[in-house]
Design a protein around this ligand. Structure first.
Ligand SMILES: NC(=O)c1ccc[n+]([C@@H]2O[C@H](COP(=O)([O-])OP(=O)(O)OC[C@H]3O[C@@H](n4cnc5c(N)ncnc54)[C@H](O)[C@@H]3O)[C@@H](O)[C@H]2O)c1
Length: 444
């Protein structure tokens, strides 16, 4: 055995080429190498000799250096995972959400995680939020985008421009913090953002009845896709639901605890039931997948950039009065609605997104007007000589609608500030410009 080792050692000290050629032959004729030989007192000097030859020591030292560097840096690298490199607070669903008593989770408070404070590189820690606004080319969405951009965030708008207009956003083109993606939310999309405001959906009866199947697909598949995205990237998700979830309400004013009176097979169901399903999906993703969701139930809102001919009552009356046409009142005109100015709604959506309550929250102005009273205010504001024309009412038109906003007042510290008589003139100048300049349909 020792003779064999000696032979091997001798061979290894000659040049490499010789060793490669000779060892196989040698091994064929001798027993295999045994580690026991290393215990021989002379093995230490042999090992050192082996180590110092052919710069092996240098390689060992470099290996140790690389290994130590990795183990020193590894803990701080692991803290910079994709969900951590943002300033937003991290929340988990409070345990009481899973209680049987929370089967009607009207408002659920999310609790912040108490994370150990970690060192985050300065530029990453101070990074502004990246926010997606689906339907950002529409009436409400474009005003929301204005607020978010003004706050200093990066905003990505996703819109298929079914009812929205690029004109509503043109003032942000060229701003590096603004991006516009023409995309239909019925198809999935992958983006890295901190928050998702999900507004994409035709909102006026004229538009949502135009293609009811597409409307319900937008509500169900579009919301599923956006919730899936929120889950995947750990983003907070806000759904713009509607007072239509209360249907033709049997409770007045409507509180969030009211479950509604909705016709599931009517011509408006694609919208009403679509939004109810969207709320269900949001709550299931919240309870089941831990997604931070926020739900707003929006009541009638008006303001600049509404569609001129979208069939909503305020825009109808204002456009008709400016065009010197009779104001169309459906039914007897005694059905009531409440009207909130768009900046109040945007403030409410923002407060909801930034707050710690899931909702749902009614966001609307509790001031209640009959259609005839509204027509009178429009006449006062635009043209006192305008006339009124009565037409038969549409199917499933709710008789009364007025939000109870006490929950939003208490938990979001929010309430509308702008009265109808203050808000209407602001909208009128925008409508007058668009109608007089006949720029509708000629937009970008
Ligand atoms: N304005 C109101 O009074 C009111 C009341 C209740 C609820 N809401 C809700 O608020 C949201 C915004 O309403 P709005 O008044 O601004 O309506 P809008 O029609 O002006 O805006 C909706 C936007 O969504 C876009 N959109 C529609 N389907 C889409 C799709 N499949 N993929 C991508 N984009 C799509 C449209 O092009 C449009 O830009 C809607 O979800 C609506 O249901 C509004």
């Amino acid at each position: 055995m020792s003779a064999t080792m000696k032979q091997l050692h001798k061979q290894s000290s000659v040049n490499h080429r010789t060793r490669d050629e000779e060892i196989p032959g040698t091994l064929q004729s001798t027993p295999p190498y045994s580690p026991k030989a290393l215990k021989h007192p002379r093995s230490l000097s042999r090992s050192l000799h082996y180590l110092f030859r052919e710069q092996r020591l240098l390689f060992v030292l470099v290996g140790i250096l690389i290994g130590s560097t990795f183990f020193i840096l590894q803990p701080s690298l692991s803290r910079l995972g994709p969900s951590d490199h943002q300033p937003r607070a991290s929340f988990s669903i409070s345990s009481d959400l899973f209680d049987s008593s929370s089967s009607n989770p009207v408002t659920t408070t999310a609790q912040p995680h108490h994370r150990p404070v970690t060192r985050v590189p300065v530029q990453i820690g101070q990074r502004r939020k990246r926010i997606v606004v689906t339907g950002g080319g529409g009436f409400v969405g474009s005003h929301l985008v204005d607020k978010l951009i003004a706050r200093g965030d990066d905003v990505i708008v996703i819109d298929n421009f079914f009812t929205g207009r690029k004109d509503n956003l043109v003032h942000h083109f060229g701003n590096p913090r603004f991006e516009l993606i023409r995309h239909d939310v019925v198809d999935p999309i992958l983006l890295e953002v901190d928050q998702i405001y999900h507004l994409a959906c035709p909102a006026s009866p004229v538009h949502y009845k135009y293609n009811p199947i597409k409307t319900i697909k937008t509500n169900v598949m579009g919301t599923l896709n956006m919730l899936g995205l929120a889950k995947r990237i750990g983003a907070r998700f806000l759904l713009t639901s509607t007072s239509e979830v209360y249907g033709d309400p049997l409770q007045h004013p409507q509180k969030e605890t009211y479950w509604g009176n909705v016709n599931p097979i009517g011509v408006r169901s694609c919208y009403d039931e679509g939004k109810r399903t969207a709320e269900t999906l949001a709550m299931d993703y919240h309870r089941g997948a831990g997604v931070e969701v926020r739900i707003a139930r929006i009541f009638n809102t008006y303001g600049p950039r509404m569609g001129l001919d979208d069939g909503r009552v305020v825009s109808n009356f204002v456009a008709q009065a400016i065009r010197k046409q009779p104001l169309t009142v459906y039914g007897d005109g005694k059905q009531t609605r409440s009207f909130q100015y768009v900046s109040d709604l945007v403030d409410g959506l923002y407060a909801l997104m930034e707050g710690e309550h899931v909702g749902p929250f009614n966001l609307g102005n509790p001031g209640e007007f009959t259609m005839l009273e509204l027509a009178e205010v429009v006449k006062e504001t635009i043209d006192s000589s305008a006339t009124i024309e009565f037409k038969p009412n549409t199917a499933d038109d709710p008789h009364k609608r007025k939000p109870d906003i006490s929950r939003a007042k208490e938990l979001l510290n929010w309430e509308p500030k702008i009265t109808l008589r203050e808000g209407l003139p602001r909208m009128v100048s925008d409508f007058r410009n668009r109608i007089l300049n006949e720029d509708e349909g000629k937009g970008l």
